[in-house]
Design a protein around this ligand. Structure first.
Ligand code: CTP
Ligand code: MG
Length: 233
């Protein structure tokens, strides 16, 4: 198969609460989105890179490298919609059996080595796979108690054994990803591409990622991302 990168970049960055969408904030000397584009451009395994922006986006042209990336102006209301709209726009250009690596514009720490590790780790697994990190913290589950009175709650420790934090890229065949996202009904429950594939009863493969591939969500994450960008890969 050929390998294509697809970067959803149509979010508004509500939690970042910056002047504009976070993918255009300067991180480590260039727009955050450009780091992800450059990682895919530097990988010899990637046939072409697509980025999905909102139809109203006025900033993408200034961020695109001279060649190798195509912008699709069909972003939707949710990340899932943005990815699905892009897949539909690419019908015919990307083959059913080609592989699509979906990657958040908000993860500037991706490297060609991580891209290669994902592709090698998933190999020909028909369920696809994703980069992920084992959970190192102690995890608590909080639920408000039903009849315990005001402020009462149940708190329990969730054994972290077997728990992983999903990263991106997440890689699936075009046909599988289009089928999974097209079949998804509960958009709120689909917070990544793998969860849509899991809803079909398949188990995507977990490939160990790296902390440098963190998602920039809150203002403080920018400093952490810049620290990793300045460190050797
Ligand atoms: N995204 C998208 N289309 C949407 C929503 C999100 O393409 N309708 C993209 C974002 O641009 C980002 C990635 O999906 O690259 C991961 O989403 P997230 O980190 O949640 O970004 P935002 O949705 O922009 O941030 P927030 O949830 O804080 O508003
Ligand atoms: Mg979001």
């Amino acid at each position: 198969p050929r390998y294509f990168a697809l970067i959803p970049a149509a979010g508004v960055g509500a939690r970042m609460a910056a002047d504009g969408p976070k993918q255009y904030l300067t991180v480590g000397g260039k727009p955050m989105l450009r780091h992800a584009l450059d990682a895919f451009l530097a990988s010899p395994l990637i046939a072409h890179t697509y980025v999905v922006v909102s139809p109203e986006d006025g900033q993408i042209a200034a961020v695109l490298p001279p060649a190798g990336v195509t912008a699709l102006r069909c972003g939707g209301a949710t990340r899932m919609d943005s990815v699905l709209n892009a897949l539909r726009a690419l019908q015919g250009q990307v083959g059913e059996n080609d592989m699509v690596l979906v990657h958040d514009a908000a993860r500037p720490g991706l490297t060609p080595a991580l891209i290669a590790k994902l592709i090698a780790g998933v190999a020909d697994d028909p369920a696809g796979g994703l980069l992920a990190l084992p959970v190192v913290d102690t995890v608590k589950r909080y639920t408000a108690a039903g009849a315990g009175g005001e402020g009462a709650a149940n708190v329990a420790t969730v054994p972290r054994d077997g728990l992983w934090l999903a990263q991106t890229p997440q890689m699936f065949s075009y046909a599988l990803l289009a089928r999974a996202l097209g079949a998804a009904t509960d958009a709120k429950a689909i917070t990544d591409d793998a969860s849509a594939v899991e809803a079909l009863g398949l188990s995507p493969r977990l490939v160990e990622g790296h902390p440098r591939n963190l998602k920039v969500t809150l203002p403080a994450d920018i400093r952490i991302a810049e620290m990793y960008l300045a460190a050797p890969q």
